[in-house]
Design a protein around this ligand. Structure first.
Ligand code: ISE
Length: 356
């Protein structure tokens, strides 16, 4: 391996292009040598300014002799085959979330990596590298809040494309809360239910946006997650942890506050993930590059990625069926998901006579 980690970036849509920019300008010790995207023009546009080569076939990009490590930012359904090729070649890979889009393919990837006897896969859960999340986790692990009892999450995006169906919202967006709660509390999520309410008028017919997703954890803590990807307002990601000894809040957009002569006061809302998590992404990349050079990972593992996919799979089943789904996933064991016994409803008796 040369001094610089030579990286192939697969998928240069918004996220991949952001990573290419970081690897070329802000991260030390790495160089993007190969760029791949199913859109040839997009690949050329990103590769040109940094002098990288365009390779139209993702598997050829992974096996390119001028590539030491791979960053996967392609759509989730391409991840399984690309991760498998990285493992076949035995090179480090940073894979954007979700690890894969279903539990069985995620499990197969974990097994394949385990058979190699070394950790090559890091999953791009960037919130783990955000200073506010790190401070909240420290507060919890130091016992500052006492036993955590409730976690309230809000995850809003201003707008998304029509491909964001209710199921996609769980697999692609809620997956962040699944990982961050595992990271913050250090325990597994054991059940999921999904409450569908009134949908915003900007959601295509049949899409439940927003939804309330409710989890339970191993210790019995309750986690609520409002997922609303067409809020029309801003990129809002907030978390409050309520414990026996107090509560703590992150994600309040506490930037510059102004008061003006027209009688208005306030600060700026965060328009997108770049303003909220751009710094965390850069830290994540730097730590991945440093770790990859010494043959290790420094972030969410393939197991973490698998655990998140399994909980989201239970979430999708809960969404489809309308019942709570349990997830059995402890101590590195294989996940199983099963529905809760359907609860009997109660029929309120009709009142006699007219209501006054
Ligand atoms: C997207 O992929 C992200 O990672 C964003 O952080 C999240 O807010 C969005 O909902 C996801 O689809």
């Amino acid at each position: 391996m040369s001094d610089e980690l030579r990286v192939a970036v697969l998928g240069v849509g918004m996220m991949g292009a952001f990573h290419v920019d970081a690897l070329s300008k802000r991260v030390r010790g790495a160089q993007v040598t190969v760029v791949n995207d199913y859109l040839d023009d997009k690949a050329k546009e990103v590769a040109g300014p940094i002098g990288a080569r365009v390779e139209p076939d993702p598997i050829a990009a992974i096996n390119d002799p001028e590539v030491d490590a791979v960053l996967i930012a392609s759509p989730g359904d391409a991840h399984a085959a690309q991760l498998a090729a990285c493992l076949d070649r035995g090179i480090p890979v940073l894979c954007e979330k979700p690890l894969t889009t279903d539990m069985n393919s995620a499990h197969a990837i974990v097994q394949k990596e385990r058979a190699l006897g070394k950790q090559l896969i890091q999953v791009g859960f960037m919130r783990r590298f955000d200073a506010e999340y790190a401070a909240l986790r420290k507060l919890i692990t130091d016992g500052g809040l006492g036993k955590p009892l409730m976690v309230h999450c809000v995850h809003r995006n201003p707008a998304v494309g029509d491909h964001f169906t209710s199921e996609f919202m769980i697999r692609d967006s809620v997956v962040h809360e699944v990982d961050s709660v595992r990271f913050l509390l250090g325990e597994e999520l054991t059940s999921v239910e999904v409450i569908k309410g009134a949908a915003t008028g900007s959601a295509p017919h049949g899409i439940h946006d927003p939804m309330l997703v409710i989890f339970e954890t191993e210790s019995g803590a309750i986690v609520t997650d409002e997922i609303f990807v067409r809020s029309g307002v801003a990129y809002e990601v907030r978390t409050e942890v309520v414990g026996e000894k107090g509560s703590a809040f992150i994600g309040l957009d506490q930037n510059l506050q102004t008061k003006s002569i027209d009688g208005r006061w306030g600060g700026k809302m965060t328009p997108s993930f770049v303003e909220r998590f751009g710094g965390a992404y850069d830290v994540e990349l730097q730590r991945w590059v440093d770790a990859a050079k010494s043959g290790t990972i420094d972030g969410a593992s393939a197991w973490d990625g698998y655990a998140a996919v399994a909980v989201c799979e239970a979430g999708v089943q809960a969404l489809r069926s309308g019942v709570k789904f349990h997830v059995h996933l402890t101590g590195g064991a294989v996940a199983a998901i099963e529905p809760e016994e359907q609860q009997a409803g109660i029929q309120a008796p009709d009142l006699e006579g007219a209501w006054p």
